[in-house]
Ligand binder design. Structure first.
Ligand code: DGT
Ligand code: CA
Ligand code: CA
Ligand code: ZN
Length: 577
């Protein structure tokens, strides 16, 4: 079941109200849902848990019928009544709900009078004249709707972390170097290391906020200034990315940093802890009738609330607050802990650099070992190695190692998991390798059960050291294939198969939400760049960020082992690892 949040409860109630309106139900009924949504939104406390335990009786304004529905939604993740209601309308209608400036009244007018039931049909209608005959749809409104739709088409998409990070860091440096800036950071989802981002939230401490917003909006990369105020500004960069800036005093900075880092859910939980101590926490200050704690840096806020400082990556309200209260937060893995890495390609298959070049780059990165895992014979599109060519590569690697000092190449293969779960090479050949990464590269459309069984079969092979890019997703481009990840994790634990954390910014696969569960079952990960060029060893940094987001510690990551340790580990039979 997907995690139910306050936002889901609120949205569901609001959508029910709107659907009832579209159906022409009586206004009292719709109003009850709308009021309910507002109460849930503003309730000070963990309304999701209360709803899940059916304990909403004492909350004023939520009647019996609503209580029942919230209970069902919070405890099961779905609401039958809502699903039934939704199914009476075309699915595309719900796109209209996401357009800013288009409230329920307008949607109802469009639907009732012109049969408009999608963004597509709305856009068409805006081009004609029929729509201007509706009350409330003057030419000004219509052109605003059009530009909202166009903006959405152009910019609604999110950005991959790796796609924005280099520019983000450049802009941050620029702000930090401004003479009137004492502290600066990028807060928001970027600081939390989300795999995709909607916008960047810059924050500066400065006594000259006006000067800073002017500086920010005059950056060369600016495509459009969305807002420019005295203490905040929003710009759109040439690549479509929105960047917000807030300038605050040095005194308010720790509070602003904490607040704008989010997540919203984390902040809501934190504020309710503060309230229990008689403190009110907002983006500027603590206020309250009690003695106010002294706050100089962000960690002082957590300390004042009796919590360990929470690493930004963990701030998703997924147990980090409770762990911080018990002083049981994990010591997260760091980039510096990595000693080598396993999944890398060379010119032998579809990489751009030779084995020697890749090795030199790894040494440059301070690594003690590098695993070479070129594609196997079935991956024709990626110039996969035949048996003969793989044997030659193994030989080449052995020779390289005879001359190398304090560094080692490991001979591996990224072997295809065939449709039936068999591997692309015979066991006899796999046994010659130091390790093996098994990946799915075709037949993505299998039903969940078959796909899961396919991968389980591969894991049961004693030569399969790790699984590559588990779900095959390409962020913002291709959904993961259907797979029962719980079963995969259980099988990985049983068979002692490592699951890779693929660091390619398009993949960041397995998803961070699963790692906590995996590590609790003693499943190791290997943080692998899947490098096809020397410079892609840099991807390791993204992998570490996502590993941290998944609560992983140094000891959960295979490639934090130093060379002598990893050699002994690889020498063990799989079931003894
Ligand atoms: P994004 O931009 O969608 O990738 O995700 P965020 O988390 O960066 O979201 P954003 O940019 O809208 O806001 C940045 C942070 O500011 C967010 O994580 C928490 C805080 N924040 C923004 N709006 C609200 C709000 O209405 N209530 C609360 N409690 N916090 C908010
Ligand atoms: Ca943001
Ligand atoms: Ca923002
Ligand atoms: Zn692959």
């Amino acid at each position: 079941m997907a995690q139910v949040t306050r936002e889901i409860l609120v949205n569901t109630l609001e959508q029910i109200a709107l659907l009832l309106e579209l159906k022409g139900e009586n206004p009292f009924k719709t109003r009850a849902y709308r009021n309910g949504a507002e109460i849930v939104q503003n309730f000070d406390g963990d309304i999701v848990s209360l709803a899940a335990q059916n304990e909403l009786k004492l909350i004023k304004g939520i009647g019996d019928a609503l209580q029942q529905k919230l209970f069902e939604l919070a405890s099961t993740g779905t609401l039958r009544y809502f699903e039934d209601l939704r199914s009476e309308f075309p699915a595309s209608l719900f796109e209209l709900f996401e357009l800013q400036g288009l409230g329920p009244k307008k949607i109802k007018a469009l639907y009732d009078n012109l049969g408009i039931d999608s963004i597509h049909s709305l856009k068409e209608a805006c081009a004609g004249t029929e729509i201007t005959k509706l009350s409330g749809f003057g030419s000004k409104t219509v052109s605003k709707i059009l530009s909202t739709i166009e903006n959405r088409e152009k910019f609604a998409e999110r950005f991959r972390l790796g796609e924005v990070a280099p520019l983000a860091e450049t802009l941050l440096e620029r702000l930090k170097n401004h003479p009137k800036v004492s502290r600066a950071a990028i807060a928001g989802s970027y600081r939390r290391s989300k795999e995709t981002l909607h916008d960047l939230d810059f924050l500066v401490a400065s006594s000259e906020p006006v000067e800073l917003t002017a500086f920010f909006t005059s950056f060369d990369e600016v495509h459009e200034i969305i807002v420019q105020g005295e203490t905040k500004a929003s710009i759109r960069l040439n690549n479509g990315l929105q960047c917000d800036l807030r300038a605050v005093s040095n005194e308010h900075y720790p509070f602003a940093l904490q607040y704008f880092t989010g997540s919203k859910e984390h902040n809501v939980a934190l504020r309710s802890i503060a309230l229990k101590q008689g403190l009110s926490l907002n983006e500027y200050d603590f206020t309250g009738e009690v003695q106010l704690p002294e706050v100089r840096e962000e960690s002082d806020i957590y300390q004042a609330l009796g919590l360990e400082w929470v690493a930004p990556e963990l701030r998703e309200n997924r147990g980090e607050i409770e762990a911080a209260q018990r002083a049981e937060l994990p010591r997260l893995v760091e980039l510096d802990h990595l000693r080598g890495t396993f999944h890398n390609h060379t010119t032998a298959s579809d990489g751009s650099h030779t084995l020697e070049e890749m090795a030199a780059a790894a040494i440059d990165h301070g690594l003690q070992y590098l695993g070479i895992a070129d594609h196997s014979q079935s991956s024709v599109q990626a110039n996969g190695l035949s048996e003969v060519r793989l044997r030659e590569q193994i030989e080449k690697i052995r020779q390289y190692n005879q001359e190398a000092q304090d560094f080692r190449l490991f001979a591996g293969s990224e072997v295809d998991i065939l449709k039936n779960g068999e591997l692309d090479f015979e066991d006899e050949l796999l046994a010659q390798l130091d390790y093996c990464v098994a990946s799915v590269h075709n037949a993505f459309g299998l039903p969940e059960k078959e796909m899961t069984q396919r991968i389980i079969r591969a894991m049961e092979n004693e030569h399969v050291t790790m699984l590559g890019h588990l779900t095959g997703r390409l962020l913002l481009k291709r959904d993961p294939y259907d797979l029962n990840i719980e079963k995969i994790i259980d099988c990985a634990a049983e068979t002692r198969t490592v699951i890779e954390l693929n660091c390619n910014p398009w993949r960041l696969d397995m998803d961070w939400r699963w790692w906590h569960r995996a590590r609790d079952r003693n499943v190791l990960t290997s943080i692998n760049p899947d490098a096809h060029k020397t410079e892609q060893l840099q991807f390791l940094a993204y992998g570490v960020r996502l590993a941290r987001k998944g609560w992983l510690r140094r000891e959960d990551v295979l490639n934090t082992m130093k060379l002598s340790e990893i050699q002994s580990w690889l020498a063990l039979p799989k079931h003894q690892r």
